[in-house]
Design a protein around this ligand. Structure first.
Ligand SMILES: *[C@@H]1O[C@H](CO)[C@@H](O)[C@H](O)[C@H]1NC(C)=O
Ligand SMILES: *[C@@H]1O[C@H](CO)[C@@H](O)[C@H](O)[C@H]1NC(C)=O
Ligand SMILES: *[C@@H]1O[C@H](CO)[C@@H](O)[C@H](O)[C@H]1NC(C)=O
Length: 230
């Protein structure tokens, strides 16, 4: 017994040093958390699509990602690395939809909406608007009440503009899974190299069609991405 205590007494300070070395890189990034759950804080995991319906925020880019990813320009660069770009010539075809992330900022419109880029520089996202494809809106959890710095993404796969940008059947799950598949592992754009890991979260968002825009069921899974710049 004495021996064990003595051994622990000897080893603990070293363990503490090692623990600090390992944990300190995340401590100086904002609140040092992946995200704060908006629902317990007067917010919602559904963005407001009007008429009492919502669309799920089904991807979160963790607040523990490299800080440069969590800025507007950084998020756009990352989005380009995974096959998205800014909307077709700045035209806003999707409309504003606000979200409340429970961070004290209340309901706030999306910061930006990005669409799948079909690879033809400049015209690529116009093609998405015409033929349909994946798109998402970004919301930033940066209010003083829950300042994780995390980006909340409402991702869905759309019909072409001729069908008024409705969501395709199963379009929330499909949109999320497609974005996540494109993101995981190594990606790069404009000289920035990213390494992304994914983890599914359940329990934040109820599965089903209740209150969901277009009555399209979603599986309630939110994928948390942690994006590190190499
Ligand atoms: C979102 O933007 C629209 C268009 O500019 C505006 O009418 C609306 O008030 C904004 N909503 C919020 C919650 O800021
Ligand atoms: C929160 O993020 C939004 C969108 O990037 C930005 O406009 C706003 O200034 C930020 N607020 C704070 C307190 O940093
Ligand atoms: C998350 O859930 C989706 C849908 O079930 C699945 O396709 C994907 O492989 C899961 N990802 C992880 C990292 O578990």
């Amino acid at each position: 017994m004495y021996f064990m205590n003595a051994l622990l007494g000897y080893v603990m300070p070293y363990l503490a040093v090692i623990f600090n070395l390992v944990s300190s890189p995340t401590m100086d990034k904002r609140g040092g958390v992946d995200y704060y759950d908006p629902t317990g804080r007067g917010g919602s995991m559904l963005i407001n699509a009007g008429d009492g319906y919502g669309e799920p925020m089904n991807v979160i880019i963790s607040g523990l990602s490299s800080p440069a990813v969590l800025t507007l320009d950084g998020a756009i660069n990352f989005a380009r690395a995974i096959g998205f770009s800014k909307e077709c010539f700045g035209l806003h075809l999707g409309g504003y939809m606000p979200a409340n992330l429970g961070d004290g900022n209340g309901w706030v419109n999306q910061t930006i909406e990005l669409r799948q880029d079909y690879g033809n520089a400049g015209g690529g996202t116009c093609l998405e608007s015409l033929v349909g494809g994946n798109h998402f809106r970004i919301f930033v959890q940066n209010g003083t009440a829950a300042d994780s710095g995390a980006l909340f993404l409402a991702v869905s796969r759309e019909e072409p503009v001729s069908k008024h940008h409705d969501i395709v059947p199963n379009g929330y799950n499909i949109g999320r899974d497609q974005l996540v598949s494109a993101a995981i592992g190594q990606t790069r754009y404009h000289g920035v190299k990213y390494h992304t890991i994914a983890q599914n979260i359940t329990g934040l968002l109820e599965a089903g069609t209740d209150g969901i825009n277009h009555g399209i069921a979603q599986d309630g899974i939110i994928t948390l991405l942690t994006v590190t710049i190499d």
